[in-house]
Design a protein around this ligand. Structure first.
Ligand code: ADP
Length: 484
């Protein structure tokens, strides 16, 4: 079985978030299941550099305003196709945003080009890689199914999957661009690419793909409600039979406390005491008091409304009153940055924060913190809590989306039966968050129970094995429908 993944970022070449992690890890997990994945990505400088000398498998005289070539090769263990189109992608820095912090003004054609080439490859343009399934990720790849549908001709038709990693990002552009994007006006209908008087890239993918997936079963349910649907809930309810939720995994080689080179001391379930060295190192790095007995909470996050960290700021007095410490790593909204920097300055030794993106420190926080807080208002899957499980930092999470699906709340029965892996709270309010922090403090004072939960957490299978089997089964369904 051959699958063309269509995606705007892929770890380790280009990453702005969890999407890249998924795109980079899923093909490797699918290979042993007999699914050969080639990933089609834009030829940003980091990508064309990595593919220097790659085979040119297709040329385009005019791809949305300039010549382009389709490169095919391997990099970082991945089978890649990259669109070498300097007029669209030959720009340094962030793939979506220019140096002025604004979206690139031509993002509509930049990502329409990705989808148009995906449709071209999907219909057989590359002779030795004719995909059975084309799998589009997020709005940037959303028009893929539209080009396949409205492209005309008697061509090979692959099965199509649209995966939503975060419904908050939808890719909407003016209706006047319909001809520029090379779409017929017949595509501009509520059944096609039209969305509230504009062109909706994600909307098009959701309306026109054979299957829709998102990254956890709970989020798959939430996006069909008016509260969580962000305007798409009607469409998603109408297509409920085609919507699936498949939880993400993490790369358990990169995130492995027994062999992680980025932490102070390696450990596993039989050597939990070794975590103390990581805690001491983390306390030193963040200017926290060197206190092994203080319950140390960690946060690693984008600082945005979605992540609920304004609630944590409001809960700081309660947190301090309970004698706990906080180590925060994040970047994002200036108001939240300012809030945490101020709190850290006001409470040295108790609250430490580092503003920025720092992979190494993220590993140390997972290894050294006793618990990881994730108070998101919504969370399609969330990766931080999966890493936290693996590192025995008990995840304390809002009961939403993938957080609800990946953490087993240590309620009284879970404690009695020894099955809890963390704590959940609901609703997502300051009071409920404070309540969860209090529950964590109480558990902390029962060291035997704490260690049991810690071991359960670390033994949770957070790898890609199970999710990959679900994707393989989904592709198999589409193949069976096509050959029936
Ligand atoms: P999202 O994609 O919504 O930001 P996820 O939890 O799905 O959230 O994935 C984000 C990933 O990036 C997690 O693995 C998280 O630990 C990591 N991360 C977030 N912020 C930082 C940061 N400032 N430094 C290092 N890693 C970070």
């Amino acid at each position: 079985m051959k699958v063309l993944a269509v995606v705007s970022e892929i770890f380790p070449l280009v990453k702005t978030g969890g999407l890249a992690d998924v795109a980079g890890a899923l093909p490797l997990a699918l290979a042993p299941l007999g699914v050969q994945v080639a990933s089609l990505i834009p030829g940003y400088p980091a990508v064309t550099d990595a593919l220097a000398g790659a085979e040119i498998v297709r040329s385009y005289g005019d791809l949305f305003g300039g010549a382009a070539r389709l490169l095919r090769g391997r990099a970082a263990g991945l089978e890649l196709m990259a669109i070498d189109a300097p007029h669209l992608y030959g720009r340094p820095g962030n793939p979506y945003v220019g140096p002025d912090g604004q979206d690139w003004p031509d993002n509509a054609i930049r990502f329409a080009a990705l989808a148009a080439v995906a449709s071209d490859v999907g219909t057989g343009a590359v002779a030795d890689f004719v995909p059975d399934v084309v799998h589009a990720h997020d709005w940037q790849a959303g028009l893929t199914a539209a080009y396949l549908r409205y492209g005309g001709g008697d061509r090979h038709r692959p099965g199509t999957v649209m995966t939503v990693h975060n419904l908050a990002f939808q890719g909407q552009f003016p209706a006047s661009l319909v001809p520029t994007l090379g779409l017929p006006w017949s595509a501009y209908t509520p059944e096609g690419v039209e969305y509230y008087g504009a062109i909706g890239f994600l909307k098009a993918g959701l309306a026109l793909s054979d299957r829709i997936t998102t990254v956890s079963p709970s989020y798959a349910a939430e996006i069909r409600t008016s509260d969580g649907g962000m305007g798409m809930d009607g469409l998603l309810r109408a297509r409920a039979r085609e919507v699936r939720g498949i939880l993400n995994g993490i790369d358990d080689a990169v995130w492995n406390p027994a062999a992680d080179p980025l932490i102070a001391r390696n450990f596993d379930t039989t050597r939990l005491m070794e975590r103390r060295a990581n805690k001491a190192e983390l306390q030193a790095r963040l200017g926290l008091a060197a206190d092994p007995d203080a319950l140390l909470f960690g946060v690693i996050s984008r600082l945005t409304w979605q992540k609920g960290l304004d609630l944590l700021l409001d809960a700081i007095p309660d947190l301090l009153a309970r004698g706990v410490q906080l180590a925060l790593l994040g970047s994002g909204d200036p108001a939240l940055v300012e809030g945490f920097v101020t709190v850290a300055a006001t409470h040295p030794g108790r609250v430490g924060c580092v503003i920025g993106y720092n992979e190494t420190l993220a590993h140390l926080i997972q290894a050294g913190a006793d618990a990881i807080l994730v108070p998101s208002r919504f969370e399609p899957c969330g990766l931080t809590q999966l890493c936290a499980l693996r590192y025995g930092a008990l995840p304390v999470v809002a009961r939403v989306g993938g957080l609800a699906d990946s953490v087993i709340d240590t309620n009284e029965m879970a404690l009695t039966n020894g099955v809890g892996t963390g704590l959940q709270f609901a609703p997502v309010t300051r009071d409920a968050l404070t309540g969860a922090i209090q529950r964590a403090v109480e558990l902390w004072h029962e060291p035997e129970a704490w260690r049991t939960v810690q071991r359960n957490a670390m033994q949770t299978d957070v790898s890609w094995r199970r999710p990959a089997a679900h994707y393989a089964a989904l592709y198999g369904e589409l193949l069976a429908e096509r050959t029936a």
